[in-house]
Design a protein around this ligand. Structure first.
Ligand code: NAP
Length: 302
């Protein structure tokens, strides 16, 4: 039921019809008997500024931000957190006292997904892809003190430039940035051991790898028969394989990984844990993870 007191959370993007977030969050609010509702809003590229101003005027409590606004929205915000600043992208907004604050929770969501099965410290990690999601995950991995991070991408130049960005930005002094109000990360201990290459370098990189994270859209819904970035011939049983594509839940890469008894982590976990972080930002309460995961599974299967 919606009341005069109901707090509104939403997601802005274009397209937005495919989003599973309304099902995940509305199930969570219902389970916790909270007076909140989560609504999808289609916002075209040229309407972003008006959407943020309008959200403030409508006293909206929070928003998720998705394609094509994740980078551009930074220009419209009053504040953002340290990870959003490093990554240069925001996926969550909170409105308080007429001011907006942006967060990037994709990064921590991805890491919590993998932490369900192992501790990341001192691990050798290989990321395939060098787009927005890879950037968020790589920054967080650098902070988590992995031993080695190898970035491989179809365009090897893009992997190289992402590694350059991370090394440069993590060694800079952010303390004087006027929009940052929560410098909680100690950058001084970070010992960066990064490598980069093209997709041809993947077989070699996987030999000593503990974790493989595929951030490409290969194998996504409607393209489930794609050839995965890695087949069973180059994976091993001690490998943890995380495909961040969440529809289908078991992608072509995860099917290959299963053939060698590697540990599989579905992309649904990243979606779930970034959602849990958002829930806490908006409501101050812990998210009901089981309820949210069940709602996501049901929505994806439909
Ligand atoms: P993006 O910025 O467009 O980056 C895509 C990356 O994949 C690029 O590095 C691109 O390589 C590579 N790529 C694309 N098609 C490829 C192909 N056929 N073969 C090899 N490499 C290919 O996209 P993104 O925002 O990072 O998102 C990537 C995927 O992650 C999407 O499927 C998205 O749905 C998913 N995602 C999941 C979650 C979650 O919560 N689970 C969160 C965010 C994103 P080039 O640089 O060479 O073009």
């Amino acid at each position: 039921m919606i009341y005069g007191t109901t707090k509104v959370i939403g997601v802005i993007g274009d397209p937005i019809e495919h989003s599973f977030s309304p099902m995940m969050f509305n199930a969570a609010f219902k389970a916790k008997n909270m007076d909140y509702i989560y609504v999808p809003f289609k916002v075209e590229k040229h309407e972003l500024k008006e959407a943020i101003t309008g959200a403030k005027a409508f006293n909206i409590k929070g928003l998720n931000v998705t394609i094509p606004h994740k980078q551009k929205v930074i220009n419209e915000l009053d504040k953002f957190d340290v990870m959003a600043n490093l990554i240069g992208a925001v996926n969550t907004l909170n409105f308080k006292d007429g001011k907006s604050k942006g967060y990037n929770t994709d990064c921590i969501g991805a890491i919590k997904a993998i932490e369900e099965v192992c501790n990341l410290k001192n691990k050798n990690v290989v990321i395939v892809g060098a787009g927005g999601a890879a950037r968020a995950i790589a920054f967080q991995l650098a902070i988590e003190e992995v031993n080695n991070l190898t970035m491989v991408n179809r365009s090897a130049k893009k992997a190289e430039s992402l590694v350059y960005d991370i090394k440069t930005l993590l060694s800079a002094d952010f303390a004087d940035h006027s929009k940052l109000d929560d410098i909680t990360i100690d950058f001084t201990h970070i010992d960066l051991n990064f490598e980069h290459g093209g997709l041809d370098d993947l077989p070699n990189a996987l030999k000593d790898a503990d974790i493989l994270i595929d951030t490409t859209p290969i194998g996504m819904h409607l393209n489930v028969e794609d050839i995965p970035v890695a087949t069973k011939e180059i994976m091993h049983s001690d490998l943890i394989v995380n495909d961040i594509v969440y529809n289908p839940i078991e992608t072509c890469l995860l099917k290959e990984a299963k053939k060698v008894n590697a540990t599989c982590v579905s992309g649904i976990k990243m979606l779930l844990y970034q959602g849990a972080e958002n829930f806490k930002i908006w409501t101050g309460e812990e998210a009901p993870l089981d309820v949210m995961e069940k709602a996501l599974m049901e929505a994806i299967k439909d």
